[in-house]
Ligand binder design. Structure first.
Ligand code: NDP
Ligand code: 8X3
Length: 251
C-alpha cells in the first residue's frame, strides 16, 4: 500500500508542485485549498502518475472545518505519513503604520493559526502510529526582516519557532518535523500579495532568475526520502541571484 501525504494549499505554486512531486515519489495524496476547480485539475495531474488523490476544498482558517476534514477522511486515507503545511500568503508590503487589519488577520490566521489547526488534527494519528513527518513551509522572511515585511515576517518567524518547538515536543513520538525556508519563488504569491496587481507582481521577478515551485518540491522530496533515522531539519533555499532577504542581484 502506498504511503499517504497531505499537502495544504495545493491549488497553486509550491503546494501544487510538491503534491505532484510526492505522487511521483510513490505517495498517494490528500490535497486541499479553497479553489475546488483547481483541486480537480491538480488531482488529475496526480492521477496521471499512477497515484491516488483525495481532494476537498478547505479553508485552513476555519478550525471546525479543518477538524472535520481530517476526522471525516475515508478510512483508507486516515493514516497520514507526511503532512506538508504549505497553505499561506503575504498580503501587502508597506509600513506597519499604514497596515490593513484585513491583511494582518489573513496572514496570521492562515500562516500561523491554519498551520496549527491542521497540525492539531493530524498529529494524534501520527502519535498513535509512532511515526510521521511534518514539513512546514517557512520563508527567508522567517529568518530575516525587511522593509514592509512586518506582519508577514512575524508570521514566518512564528513558523520557524513553531517548527523548532514541534520538533522538541514530538521527538518522543518518533515524528520528524522539518522546515523549508525559500527565498524568492515565482508563483502566484506576489499577485496575491499585491491584491491582484499582475504588473507589480511581475516586477518582483524581473532582472534575475527566481526559484520555481518545482525547486521547492525537490527539497520536499529530499526531506521525505531520507532514511528514517535522518531528519533534514531546515533548508534555506535561495535563487543564486539572491544573497539575503534584501540583496538580489538584478541585471
Ligand atoms: P501561491 O499563492 O501560488 O499558493 C498559495 C497556496 O496557499 C494556494 O494553493 C492557496 O489556495 C493556499 N491558501 C491560501 N490561503 C489558504 C487558506 N485560507 N486555506 C487553504 N489554502 C490556502 O503561493 P506559494 O506557492 O508561493 O506559497 C506557498 C507557501 O510558500 C506559502 O506559505 C508562502 O508563504 C511560502 N513561501 C513562498 C515564497 C515565494 O517567494 N513564493 C517564498 C517563501 C515562502 P487557495 O487560494 O485555493 O485557497
Ligand atoms: C516569500 C519570500 O522574500 O517575499 O516568503 O518574503 S519574500
Amino acid at each position: 500500500m502506498a504511503r499517504i501525504a497531505m499537502v495544504t494549499g495545493a491549488t497553486s505554486g509550491i503546494g501544487r508542485a510538491s503534491a505532484i512531486r510526492l505522487a511521483n515519489e510513490g505517495y498517494d495524496l490528500i490535497i486541499n485549498g479553497r479553489r475546488e476547480e483547481r483541486l480537480r485539475d491538480v488531482a488529475s495531474e496526480i492521477e496521471k502518475t499512477g497515484a491516488k488523490c483525495y481532494f476537498k476544498s478547505l479553508d485552513v482558517r476555519v478550525q471546525k472545518d479543518v477538524q472535520a476534514f481530517v476526522e471525516e477522511l475515508p478510512s483508507e486515507w486516515s493514516a497520514i505519513d507526511v503532512l506538508v503545511n504549505n497553505a499561506g500568503l503575504a498580503a501587502g508590503k508597506g509600513p506597519v503604520q499604514e497596515g490593513s487589519l484585513d491583511h494582518w488577520e489573513r496572514m496570521i490566521d492562515t500562516n500561523l493559526k491554519g498551520l496549527l489547526y491542521v497540525s492539531k488534527a493530524v498529529i494524534p494519528g501520527m502519535i498513535a502510529r509512532k511515526s510521521g513527518h511534518i514539513i512546514n513551509i517557512g520563508s527567508i522572511a522567517g529568518k530575516e526582516v525587511y522593509p514592509g515585511g512586518n506582519v508577514y515576517n512575524a508570521s514566518k518567524h512564528g513558523v520557524d519557532a513553531l517548527t523548532r518547538g514541534m520538533r522538541i515536543d514530538l521527538i518522543e513520538h518518533n515524528i520528524r518535523v522539518s522546515q523549508i525556508a525559500p527565498g524568492m519563488v515565482e508563483t502566484e504569491f506576489s499577485v496575491v500579495r499585491f491584491d491582484g496587481d499582475q504588473a507589480k507582481a511581475d516586477e518582483v521577478y524581473q532582472g534575475f532568475e527566481p526559484l520555481l515551485a518545482e525547486d521547492i518540491a525537490d527539497a520536499v522530496a529530499y526531506q521525505v526520502t531520507r532514511p528514517p533515522h535522518v531528519n533534514i531539519a531546515d533548508i534555506l533555499i535561495l535563487p543564486t541571484a539572491q544573497a539575503s532577504a534584501t540583496v538580489v542581484s538584478k541585471k
